[in-house]
Design a protein around this ligand. Structure first.
Ligand code: DON
Length: 561
């Protein structure tokens, strides 16, 4: 009898090794990197707002409480699926200024000008965040715009307690050095000559004033006083953004990409992000393999996934760019027949050599910081969005009097073909700089459906590693039947074709697995890394409950009710 009871308990309690359970709530859920922002989003929905209203309030709050990536001066990708099944992607990616040219980051001898695309006044694309959020509100918002800006404005005006993570990020040597180059930035982020400590109150009066102007009229950012502050500062420092650049900026509504993986439907971000195309290409290549039978993180499973990553990233480097400017073989790269052909030379027991794995031949041509949040409202509308300044604290330039940082997104372009960018990504001609073009992104906000209903939604920061983080969350849920929290928590790895090595997380691989992979010919990065921050939400298929899974890597929080 005892045995029987033990057996029943064993069968009925799902096992969640070394992982918290997701946060469960009946109606709404917000998963973001910052507890204050998640609470703001849940509260907006208490007041009758929908997921888009909450997303706007969360994004603006992160611009105050998570300044390394939350932003007014950057851009992003937003994927929406409404409860009625309609969906769209809002591309609010930065655009290159009108003065931008293909070789703008090269000196007279053709070499890259150090840091020009990463630090200072030449590094910024035209910011898209304010226009993107405004467009989302116009199309889907329920609550007045001003009410959605208010929590962020108040937090900037009255201050908020600095989190452990923010305090730590401000003491990173490279961040301090970059911020110190720009007196207005250093004035804001230092306190009496030192960095803010966790728990201290951080007040940002200039940012509060900017938010108050945007609250009254969001076009102030592109045509009003805020725009004038940006331009004055740019002119004073030989910067690249002009009044024309700002007034012309428009976000774009795009059609999300669709595919399937083992009976699940995958909805994800189209170009100018490379994320969706590469994700679908990788899932297509993986589908014929029984990853579940190989065992999670067995050498065979890691080998199979790395080979797939290697091939998709080689294709990313060659083919992907802004589809408004270059022809990208999106359908060719996402075709199952292409995946079939692409995986043919994966050897069962040996690592490939990236030098020998060039990009494939898809059918042509048919006509350190970012942050991610995911939201589901009471009606079942889903918003999943990644937005960014690119690196932590962007270009390190703060617009004087306006209190916000500008992005260094121009580094996502190909400064010089074949030379890696800040994420070590090799990029090609398709992603060359051109006026008004959008730099290629890896942002991969993704929604997964089962039987026509939302199963989960996810996304992550992490530069070039983003796509592989999203891939592994999906594989963990679908192939290894993990709950959403465990799928997010488990250590991840990353391979991006070049450099030809596997990035990994602390304590990820047993000595045995490690040795087996080295024997196959793999090289591991010398030191472990932290890969991404996959702020995710699942829906319980039986009860409809929202299951929030904030990623433990950056101290975020899921809040629901
Ligand atoms: O759009 C992109 O792919 C990059 N600018 C994202 C940067 C990023 O994720 C940095 N975060 N950790």
């Amino acid at each position: 009898m005892k045995k029987l009871i033990a057996l029943i308990l064993f069968i009925s309690i799902p096992l969640n090794a070394a992982s918290r359970l997701p946060v469960r709530a009946k109606h709404v859920m917000v998963a973001s990197v910052d507890s204050i922002a998640s609470r703001v989003g849940a509260d907006v929905m208490k007041r009758g707002g929908n997921a888009v209203d909450a997303a706007i309030a969360v994004a603006l709050t992160l611009a105050v409480t998570w300044p390394e990536a939350g932003n007014l001066g950057g851009g992003g990708s937003m994927l929406l699926r409404n409860a009625d099944g309609t969906e769209e992607a809002i591309d609010y990616r930065e655009r290159a200024p009108l003065s931008a040219t293909r070789d703008m980051y090269l000196d007279a001898t053709g070499n890259i000008i150090k840091d020009a695309s990463l630090v200072g006044y030449q590094a910024s694309g035209v910011p898209g965040t304010v226009a993107g959020l405004t467009l989302a509100h116009k199309r889907h918002g329920k609550l007045p715009w001003a009410d959605l800006v208010e929590p962020a404005r108040k937090l900037a005006a009255e201050g908020f307690p600095v989190s452990e993570y923010l305090a730590r990020s401000l003491t990173v040597k490279r961040t301090m050095e970059r911020l110190q180059k720009f007196p207005e930035s250093w004035r804001i982020y230092e306190r009496n000559g030192r960095s803010y400590e966790a728990g201290e109150t951080f007040v940002q009066p200039e940012l509060a004033a900017t938010l108050a102007r945007i609250q009254k009229d969001p076009s102030d950012f592109y045509r009003g006083e805020t725009a004038r502050s940006i331009i004055t500062d740019m002119q004073a420092h030989g910067g690249n953004l002009t009044a024309d650049d700002l007034s012309r900026y428009q976000p774009t509504i795009r059609t999300p990409l669709h595919s399937t993986y083992r009976g699940y439907e995958i909805i994800t971000m189209p170009p100018p992000s490379s994320g969706g195309v590469a994700l679908i290409e990788m899932l297509n290549m993986l589908e014929p393999y029984d990853l579940g039978a190989m065992g999670w993180h067995s050498s065979e499973e890691v080998h199979t996934i790395v080979e797939v990553m290697r091939r998709a990233y080689a294709d990313r480097a060659k083919f992907l760019g802004d589809t408004d400017f270059v022809t990208v073989p999106v359908k060719g790269l996402m075709a199952r027949s292409y995946a079939e052909q692409r995986r043919k030379d994966i050897d069962a027991v040996h690592a490939s050599d990236s030098k020998a794995v060039a990009a494939g031949e898809p059918t042509r041509y048919e006509s350190p910081q970012t942050t991610h949040f995911t939201i589901i409202d009471a009606d079942g509308n889903v918003v999943t969005s990644t937005y960014t300044l690119n690196e932590s604290y962007g270009s390190a330039v703060t617009v004087p009097g306006a209190g916000f940082l500008l992005n260094d997104e121009m580094d996502d372009f190909t400064s010089k073909p074949g030379v890696p960018n800040t994420y070590g990504l090799i990029q090609g001609e398709a992603n060359a700089v051109a006026a008004q073009k959008r730099p290629l992104s890896s942002m991969t906000p993704t929604i997964v459906l089962k039987d026509g209903k939302v199963a989960f939604a996810t996304g992550s920061p992490g530069g070039g590693t983003i796509i592989n983080t999203v891939l592994q969350v999906i594989v963990n849920v679908i192939d290894f039947k993990m709950n959403i929290q465990q799928a997010v928590d488990e250590p991840r790895f990353h391979h991006q074709w070049l450099p030809d090595k596997i990035s990994w997380e602390p304590f990820e691989f047993s000595r045995d697995t490690n040795d087996a992979l080295v024997k196959m010919g793999y090289v591991f990065a010398e030191k472990p890394d932290s890969l991404g921050d996959a702020e995710s939400i699942a829906v319980d298929p039986k009860t409809g409950d929202r299951l929030g899974a904030s990623d433990p890597r950056r101290g975020g929080m899921a809040v629901g009710w």
